[in-house]
Design a protein around this ligand. Structure first.
Ligand SMILES: [Zn+2]
Length: 140
């Protein structure tokens, strides 16, 4: 069974590596299946609808609505110095869901479920390997 699972669903990171390159250039990308047209964010190398591995990266809008959030006080190893911080889940206007840090433009007292936000890609440029994360910021 695991062999089958691996053959069908194993998605090497290198197949979606261009995602990081686009982010570095300021574009937020999702994937679109060339066979059935299903879209996904974050991008998937294998279609969740028809399992086709034929996909293309397509730019997605940055508008999002807050679905839920949590305040991290006991941070995992490596993030202790940053706590407390808020991690949120937001629904992208064009479909898909994003897990991201809540940015500095959103004060905790102003958080409202369903509030309009926008996604800001961030890059840890000081690291040799490209590490990407996002923040959700107040609509301007
Ligand atoms: Zn498909």
């Amino acid at each position: 069974m695991f062999k089958w699972f691996g053959k069908v669903n194993f998605s090497p990171y290198t197949r979606v590596a261009d995602f990081a390159r686009h982010l570095k250039e300021g574009r937020l990308m999702g994937s679109r299946c060339r066979k059935c047209g299903a879209r996904s964010f974050p991008p998937r190398a294998d279609c969740s609808e028809c399992l086709s591995a034929d996909f293309e990266l397509v730019e997605v809008g940055r508008k999002a609505k807050l679905l839920t959030y949590t305040r991290i006080v006991a941070a995992p190893t490596g993030f202790e110095a940053l706590s407390p911080y808020i991690v949120a889940v937001a629904d992208l206007e064009e479909g898909g869901r994003i897990l991201a840090w809540l940015g500095e433009t959103v004060k905790e007292k102003d958080i409202r479920f369903g509030m309009e936000l926008h996604v800001v890609p961030r890059i840890f440029t000081e690291l040799e390997e490209i590490k990407v994360y996002y923040t959700l910021e107040k609509e301007s």
